[in-house]
Design a protein around this ligand. Sequence first.
Ligand SMILES: Nc1ncnc2c1ncn2[C@@H]1O[C@H](COP(=O)(O)OP(=O)(O)OP(=O)(O)O)[C@@H](O)[C@H]1O
Ligand SMILES: [Mg+2]
Length: 252
Amino acid sequence: MSPTGFESPKPVLAIEGLTVSFDGFKAVNDLNLYVDRNEVRVVIGPNGAGKTTVLDLICGKTRATTGSIQFDGRELTKMREYDIVRAGVGRKFQNPSIYENLSVFENLEMSYPKGRKVFGALFFKRSAAVVERVEEIAAEIGLAAQLHQQADLLSHGQKQWLEIGMLLMQDPALLMLDEPVAGMSVSERVQTAELLKRISQGRSVLVIEHDMEFVKSIAHKVTVLHQGKVLAEGSMEAVQSNPKVVEVYLGH
Ligand SMILES: Nc1ncnc2c1ncn2[C@@H]1O[C@H](COP(=O)(O)OP(=O)(O)OP(=O)(O)O)[C@@H](O)[C@H]1O
Ligand SMILES: [Mg+2]
């Protein structure tokens, strides 16, 4: 306890001194990044800045050369990808990885957290819980009416929402999305912003995006990455009027 009795809330994600070197090239270079609980953070920056690599490091797809990633009090740099998911980190890649020949319902059902064994009498109870969860998530991602439609019939935007729904089935405390509105129509972008606002209730969201209109509509705070380091951080307005940011990114 501090003398005043007030503690600044601990960030849910604390990245410190994070570096990854690919054959001597530091794609992420001594990075510090802190994300609060219930925060929507957007990471922007030029191509090759290291944005996707940061998500790869957090989810354990790429191993850090040095540095620390603390999530909810746990050190992620030493954990396996699967255990990082179980610890509450969900990550969406640039291309949706849904099962095209399965229905929306089946895609969501497949993502229901495993690990609990199914025994006899428990079976019915559990499947009822799964159905309830699937219906709840389908409503949240705006696909309640498409529940029994095959996934390949969905629009590009709806497929992206389905994949977000598949991540939500695990109820992650931190959801990471890499360019979620790429290739979407204007109305799909607006709907995705609304979706992110809904799903960020009670969890933190880390988004990489190039579409500045979209960034403006969702970001609590923006981090600008350049050459694997934080170039600027703050409100969208502050970042947009930062001459260094204009020079390396927004001016182009
Ligand atoms: N596994 C890897 N091996 C070697 N180099 C890599 C690897 N992953 C990423 N890089 C390099 O690291 C740099 C950062 O790439 P990254 O994909 O993180 O950029 P980004 O900021 O996501 O860019 P974009 O906006 O184009 O998606 C690039 O120069 C890339 O070529
Ligand atoms: Mg990228």
